[in-house]
Design a protein around this ligand. Structure first.
Ligand code: ZN
Length: 751
């Protein structure tokens, strides 16, 4: 117990009629609030700053000496804080550049891309050239191609429809795409699907350079030679080590030969700066690019193909590297077999002060704070596991291989995974499983926003009201008890937990006020972060308070605070969206066919310009989504019944929640996210087992709801869409059955 003296300053927050924490009896609620208040006072900006300075002092990509050094330092810190910590190793494929070349050989003055980021005077780590990885896109295949160049805008599927209208084909050409809009691996993938043989990706100043403001070191934006490194792994089918799909990359794992690795690109890829891109783009002829395609360079953007002809060469050292995941545990006192997991990655592309260290330091400070509470007598009911992942940047390697290795235990024991990655100033951004929507909204109500002194929740709500695009949206934001969680997409370490293992997951972070263009370059360093981002580390503290509170509140609850009313409401919205999309698609195709018939396209195109009229398409059939609608209705009823049982169990001080039989309800709740997966996964995507959310096959970062239906519609596979709808309905029915069972057990416990 806490000493009476140390309780005194907390008194004002704990009143007798205060609402119970969700899933807590009155006694445990009171105790929990006190421990959480104590925890939230512990994270210290001075520590956060010192950790960042240490962890970002040298380049620390996968396989580098400082990556290992950081892991060992993190291990020693976790131990010092009183956690039971160890390092877990994996062996993964990690190619690094052997030969890189981009040269303009025709169509303009001969030019060779520099592909070198210069050191900046005054920035003390930017000159660590011996340890910096060259600029490249990992998991590009080897290749040496010379071909005419086509500008493809962001290189997403819609861009190819525009090219087609202009009569431009990329067959046999190399493409130059700008960064943005999609996960970068989509660009070479879609290019190759259209017949391109090489791919250059560049950072346009409109997107993260001087169009935004002063460039580094005067301001935070990308300087002319800054390059975004990054993975171009083909992640449609699976994530993680390319040689061990679906299984842990342990020392003795069965590995594919490199030439059978499916997740390498089909064509060679290299990233370049806008200084290097300008002469190439300038040499492209053909039609002027549409207005929205034009970037911020002082040139006329044209589509090509040619006369610019580019020689592109990319060869890698196809080496294996060792990963160092740091895993630290606090054993649970009452339910040691129920695990609450929290993580962030520690590897970077170069020094990585923002990505990932700004997130990593908060996780470390959380661990220190919880360690302090342990010394003062706090005993979490459930086991807590803190993780510092290695190898996130190449393809979520450290988290994926760990989850794949421990999949059986995790499926039995894991209650929740909470992820963060980078952090900066601004609004709390929440993503995750919708059964945790109430839970994390409640946590956010208890976190003070450092700049406004509102709660983080209130500030986020007001910001969303301010930026909402319709009055319906604003109405909902004002009236709905909880802010809706965004879906988790790809792009960070939550993916193996939610998509592969079906573990309820959250992504947390602050942002929206700091901008810049140093992502994955040598300029993402301590100097940049402490000049242009959260330099007083108050939002790092806020994130540590948020993550720490979430972990504690889940670990200490009597009844696990999963809630299904919000969940059912969100799923209903997603089902409506997918149905609306099917109707819109039908309307659009109908309208286009009509315009073709009328000759509207020909009549409005300039005969001196090339213009290709789209082809007529069959009008999609009306699809049967009734099974999905029925499933959502049953789910909604089951969620309401659960809520009633919950309210009864929480009445009169919630003594029922502390009873022995509550464990049986918890056992069901732990399985509630697992029920949303199927063993075979999404069509053609075995690793993505979750049936409600997945990163889009053609967007990569952005998530798609009910992906099997949505993506079948997008690919105009009508029969598959209808079959998928029936399958998802079955998954929802299984969820409904589980909730109904939990309701019965909870009602029995409350008697
Ligand atoms: Zn990151």
């Amino acid at each position: 117990m806490l000493a009476a003296a140390s309780l005194a300053p907390l008194k004002s927050h704990v009143t007798a009629d205060e609402a119970l924490l969700y899933g807590y009896s009155a006694d445990s609620s009171r105790t929990e609030r006190q421990w959480e208040e104590k925890m939230r006072a512990l994270p210290d900006p001075k520590n956060l700053r010192a950790y960042m300075e240490r962890l970002s002092a040298r380049p620390h990509h996968v396989g580098s000496p400082y990556d290992k050094d950081n892991a060992e330092w993190l291990l020693s810190k976790f131990k010092e804080f009183g956690l039971d910590a160890h390092i877990e190793n994996f062996r993964v494929l990690f190619p690094t550049p052997k030969e890189r070349l981009v040269e303009l050989v025709d169509g303009g003055p001969h030019f060779t891309a520099k592909m070198q980021e210069p050191a900046v005077p005054g920035d003390p780590t930017s000159n660590q050239t011996a340890e910096q990885l060259p600029t490249y896109n990992v998991y590009s295949i080897d290749g040496d191609v010379t071909a005419p160049l086509v500008y493809v805008n962001y290189g997403v599927p819609e861009d190819y429809e525009v090219l087609e209208r202009h009569g431009v084909s990329v067959k046999g050409a190399s493409i130059i795409a700008r960064y943005g809009k999609s996960w970068r691996g989509i660009k070479p993938m879609v290019g190759a699907e259209h017949g391109a043989i090489g791919c250059i990706i560049y950072s346009d100043p409109r997107d993260d350079g001087y169009s935004g403001g002063a460039v580094f070191p005067k301001g935070p934006w990308r300087p002319k030679d800054g390059v975004q490194r990054g993975s171009v792994q083909d992640s449609v089918v699976f994530m993680g080590d390319p040689l061990t799909p679906g299984i842990g990359a342990t020392e003795d794992a069965k590995r594919l030969p490199i030439k059978e690795a499916q997740s390498l690109t089909k064509i060679p890829v290299l990233p370049i700066s806008y200084a290097d891109a300008q002469p190439l783009l300038e040499a492209i002829g053909g039609s002027v690019a549409p207005r929205e395609w034009r970037g911020g360079l002082p040139i006329t953007y044209r589509l090509g193909p040619g006369p610019a002809k580019v020689h592109l060469k990319m060869f890698s050292n196809w080496d294996m590297a060792t990963l160092y995941d740091v895993i630290a545990k606090i054993p649970g006192s009452t339910f040691p077999d129920e695990w609450v997991i929290r993580g962030n990655h520690h590897d970077a592309w170069v020094n990585g002060a923002e990505d990932p260290i700004s997130g990593m330091v908060t996780v470390l400070e959380e661990a220190r704070s919880l360690g302090e509470l342990l010394k003062q007598g706090w005993k979490p009911k459930r086991t807590i596991i803190y993780c510092a992942w290695d190898g996130e940047e190449p393809g979520l390697l450290g988290s994926t291989e760990w989850v794949e290795t421990h999949i059986a235990e995790l499926q039995k024991h894991a209650v929740m995974y909470v992820n963060s990655d980078s952090n900066s100033r601004g609004y709390l951004e929440l993503e995750g499983s919708h059964s945790l929507e109430r839970f994390i909204n409640d946590v956010a109500r208890d976190i003070p926003d450092p700049e406004t002194k509102l709660s983080a929740w209130k500030r986020a709500q007001l910001h969303q009201i301010e930026t909402a695009s319709s009055s319906d949206e604003r109405h909902e934001l004002r009236e709905r008890h909880d802010l809706r969680l965004e879906m988790l997409g790809g792009g960070s370490d939550h993916a193996p937990f939610i998509n592969f293992a079906g573990i309820a997951s959250l992504g947390i972070g602050y942002g929206g006020e700091d901008h810049g263009g140093i992502y994955h370059s040598i300029y993402d360093d301590f100097y940049w972060y402490t000049h242009f981002s959260d330099y007083d580390f108050v939002y790092s503290r806020a994130l540590a308070q948020t993550g720490g509170s979430a972990v504690m509140r889940m670990a200490d609850a009597d009844l696990l605070p999963f809630q299904f009313a919000d969940f059912a409401d969100d799923i209903k919205m997603y089902v409506r969206e997918v149905e609306k999309f099917a109707n819109q698609q039908r309307d659009e195709i109908q309208e286009r066919n009509l315009k073709i018939l009328e000759g509207a396209y020909e009549a409005s195109s300039d005969p001196r310009e090339t213009w290709v009229t789209p082809k007529r398409e069959d009008i999609p059939p009306h699809l049967n989504f009734a099974p999905l609608d029925n499933a959502v209705e049953s789910l909604t009823r089951a969620a309401t019944d659960y809520q009633k049982a919950f309210d009864r169990a929480s009445a009169n001080g919630g003594a029922a929640l502390a009873g022995a039989s509550i464990g049986e309800v918890n056992a069901l709740l732990i399985q509630s996210e697992r029920k949303l997966t199927t063993p075979e996964g999404l069509p053609g995507r075995f690793w993505y087992k979750h049936q409600l959310y997945a990163p889009g096959a053609y967007t990569g970062y952005a998530a798609k709801a009910i992906p099997a239906v949505r993506e079948s519609l997008e690919q105009k596979k009508w029969k598959e869409a209808e079959e998928a709808a029936a399958r998802v309905a079955q998954v929802l029915d299984a969820e409904t059955a589980l909730i109904t069972q939990a309701t019965a057990k909870l009602s029995a416990a409350a008697k």
